[in-house]
Design a protein around this ligand. Structure first.
Ligand code: FAD
Length: 426
């Protein structure tokens, strides 16, 4: 019987309390105001401070409160769309530029962790596990395409036997083992980025929700309950929540609630029988299982999604998925269970752009933001400092609105996502 407190985020519990950073007070000024203290905002603030800008970051709750402090910690290669698809949609040159940026995104995470000594249990190895034979064929084709056309040799296909030996489960017909991917403790990484940004000269105010943005001439003002901030430029880094501050962005983002559990630390034999390769794993279904082991020997298992309402008992909902993959974990108690909101776009590509000459935004990494959001922040910083060329490689990817208008969007998107869920059974 699981006796976990829900919802309780294992990452937060394992880090312990951090000294709070004070809310914004009075009327302040900065060159650039960053709104949102997840990977995007923190990376933007750090890179801006390093470039010599006066930067103030406002976070509605605490650093890493939303997706960046709750996610699966998996570092993926590329985007949610294959390079072959991006080439046929956007042209070869654009697709190649995107690939170069996505490779930089992974390298950036490693570089930041090393440079700032961020202890976040960073490990290499990401497995994409095929849920059926057709998915295995497509994965093999994509792996070969990356090898042939992008000289990406860090990923290789493994057959059913090797997959079973690497993962400790026999349910997959094949998988892709990607040494270029990896995993980390995301909240520890976000906290480390925040410290690095402050060290570099940025100011961070927690418990400071931006209520509205007002533009007058050359100055933009961010109005919060506890104070006001005048800035030359604003960076909007609120991911799934951008629409609350900038209603014109609402139709570009859908919300998917994803669920994660953490078992108790596993006894030796059990620990060694599950996921012996110690990589992170995601399967190929639309509503995917994704999992990895923590540094303190727990299984962190995520699965299932919700679009309209939250379940009462996350642990009970995720457990059957975990036991399907690892029947040997039947006796393992779930100690933590929590959820987080994933911001997804209709194209499944990140959405970067400008609301005006002075307001830049980046959101909608569609489940692949551990690497890409950190890059998004760096590109936002470059653009805000007058070098938009690399930012524009992503901003040029055409974004599509979800249909339905304010009232119907949520149920229509939920129906669409449930359709994808059904496809998993084909
Ligand atoms: C459960 C879950 C699992 C995931 N797993 C993975 C994974 O394994 N691998 C992967 O690559 N990606 C994963 N993702 C996606 C990834 O976590 C996100 O893409 C990434 O963290 C987005 O970072 P961000 O900084 O843009 O947004 P967020 O981390 O959501 O940060 C936005 C911040 O803005 C703040 N904010 C919102 N409104 C305001 C306001 N008005 N004023 C001030 N602050 C405000 C919020 O409090 C929040 O802290 C997952 C996401 C979830 C939810």
């Amino acid at each position: 019987m699981d006796r976990c407190k829900e919802p309780e985020n294992y990452y937060r519990a394992s880090l312990g309390g951090k000294a709070a950073r004070p809310p914004l007070g009075g009327t302040q000024r900065a060159d650039i105001c960053v709104i949102g203290g997840g990977f995007t905002g923190l990376s933007a603030a750090l890179h801006l401070a390093l470039a010599g800008a006066e930067v103030i970051l406002l976070e509605a709750e605490t650093i890493g409160f939303a997706a960046s402090g709750r996610n699966g910690g998996q570092i993926h290669t590329g985007f949610r769309q294959t390079q072959e698809h991006l080439e046929s949609w956007l042209g070869k040159l654009h697709a190649r530029d995107l690939w170069v940026l996505s490779e930089e995104a992974k390298a950036l995470v490693l570089e930041l962790a090393a440079q700032y000594g961020i202890g976040c249990a960073l490990k290499s190895g990401l497995v994409i596990a095929a849920h059926n034979r057709r998915a295995a064929r497509e994965l093999a084709e994509d792996t070969e395409y990356l090898r042939m056309h992008y000289r990406y040799t860090q990923a290789r296909m493994i057959d059913a036997d090797e997959t079973a030996r690497s993962l400790g489960t026999q349910i997959y017909p094949a998988a892709r083992f990607d040494c270029g991917g990896g995993h980390l403790q995301p909240l520890a990484f976000a906290s480390g980025l925040a410290s690095a940004a402050v060290q570099a000269g940025a100011w961070i105010h927690e418990h400071t929700r931006a209520q509205r943005i007002e533009t007058s001439g050359q100055v933009v003002q961010v109005v919060c309950e506890s104070g006001k901030l005048n800035a030359d430029r604003i960076i909007l880094a609120c991911d799934a929540f951008s629409g609350a501050l900038a209603p014109e962005l609402s139709s570009f983002i859908a919300h998917v609630e994803s669920f994660i559990t953490a078992t108790e630390p596993l006894p030796n034999e059990l620990y060694e029988s599950v996921l012996p390769c110690d990589a992170a794993v995601a399967d190929t279904r639309h509503v995917l299982d994704y999992y990895r082991k923590s540094a303190d020997r727990r299984m962190l298992f995520a699965g299932r999604e919700a679009y309209l309402t939250l379940p009462k008992n996350i642990g009970a909902m995720v457990r059957p998925r975990m036991e399907h993959v690892f029947p040997q974990l039947k006796s393992a108690r779930i100690e933590y269970a929590w959820s987080g909101t994933v911001g997804i776009t209709r194209t499944r590509m990140p959405h970067l752009g400008r609301l005006s000459e002075r307001v830049l935004f980046a959101h909608g990494y569609s489940g692949q933001g551990v690497a890409l959001a950190n890059l998004g922040g760096k590109l936002l910083a470059e653009a805000a400092m007058g070098h938009p060329e690399r930012f524009d490689v992503l901003a040029r990817v055409p974004a599509k609105r979800f249909p339905g208008g304010a009232a119907l969007r949520k149920p229509l998107v939920a129906a669409g996502l449930m359709w994808f869920k059904l496809l998993d059974f084909l």
